[in-house]
Design a binder for this molecule. Structure first.
Ligand code: NDP
Length: 277
């Protein structure tokens, strides 16, 4: 018998977050008694908000922009994947009252690519656009799929190089600027820049995507993003956005909190049917 436990997502802005809907659907599906809401929390008010939340009996939290690095600093202990990614999107209240920080973003992406879309990453040439928090969270789980290599390209080249150095022990990974990849080809291009949020695109050469290659934008919206459109215009076998990743990272957080794994396919189908793709 479950008790009515309380969970939330903190972030700013937060009013468009789909997380409360996703977790409520998970709870209904798995017959777990819980509440989950979204709270507008700025970086400045993060510490106070987290204290208040757990003092009032909260059991677990998701953190999104701009709080993932602060959550990483705040957690008492970290999972191995969170330690590496230097960002936390899931906080769990432990039995002894301490806070465990985890990062489910990378796993969410890999599950969406490999299970939901049936894409094998083995020996593939992967390009990640962007070198921010999202890129940091996905590199480790992508490397576990044994790709041929990963290239990180970023507007600020130095950030891509620093990031690739941090992950160099995991496999073949290079950081560079957009100019450096104009003669290269990739089987999978992941857009982990925030450019889509403003309808923009990084400067991408027309020959960048290999024949039968895939495009995946971590961002999502009711309409196809600029990068999803770029993939379609460049003959991608599939050009996807990050809604599936969002649901899968949430499912992993739900599993960590509740010990029950929700079925994601029907939730992804439902959310897809509610938008005009
Ligand atoms: P950050 O702010 O940490 O990083 C943003 C990155 O985008 C930087 O590398 C930045 O480059 C680059 N960038 C921004 N604008 C442009 C532009 N106009 N042209 C080229 N590069 C640009 O953001 P996050 O890493 O946290 O998030 C990135 C994206 O991933 C967002 O769209 C977010 O919504 C999405 N996301 C989706 C998730 C999901 O579950 N589907 C989970 C997590 C993130 P520079 O370093 O030069 O400034």
């Amino acid at each position: 018998m479950s008790t009515l436990d309380h969970y939330a997502v903190f972030g700013q802005p937060i009013n468009h977050s789909k997380s409360p809907r996703i977790h409520t659907l998970f709870a209904e599906q798995t017959q777990q008694l819980l509440t989950y809401n979204a709270q507008e929390v700025s970086a400045e008010s993060f510490d106070l908000s987290i204290d208040t939340f757990f003092n009032q009996g909260g059991k677990g939290l998701n953190c999104t922009v701009p709080l993932k690095e602060l959550a990483w600093q705040r957690a008492d202990t970290l999972s191995e994947r969170a330690q590496f990614s230097k960002a936390v999107n899931t906080i769990v209240l432990q039995k002894d009252g301490t806070l465990l920080g985890d990062n489910t973003d990378g796993l969410g992406l890999v599950v969406d690519l490999t299970k939901n879309h049936g894409i094998s990453l083995l020996k593939s040439r992967i390009l990640i656009l962007g070198a921010g928090g999202a890129s940091r969270g996905i590199i480790g789980p992508l490397m576990e799929q044994s790709p041929k290599h990963i290239v990180i390209a970023n507007r600020t080249k130095e950030k891509a190089m620093t990031l690739s150095n941090e992950f160099a022990q995991l496999g073949d990974i290079t950081g560079c600027g957009y100019d450096d990849i104009k003669d290269c080809q990739f089987d999978l291009i992941l857009n982990a820049t925030s450019a889509s949020l403003t309808g923009q695109l990084p400067p991408l050469a027309d020959t960048l995507l290999a024949e039968k290659g895939y495009c995946y934008d971590l961002a999502y919206g009711n309409e196809p993003t600029a990068f999803v459109k770029w993939g379609l215009a460049h003959n991608a076998k599939k050009s996807m956005d990050g809604l599936g990743m969002l649901v899968e990272q949430a499912a992993e957080a739900f599993y960590i909190w509740r010990g029950v794994r929700p079925e994601t396919e029907q939730i992804i189908n439902l959310l897809n049917s509610e938008r005009a793709l």
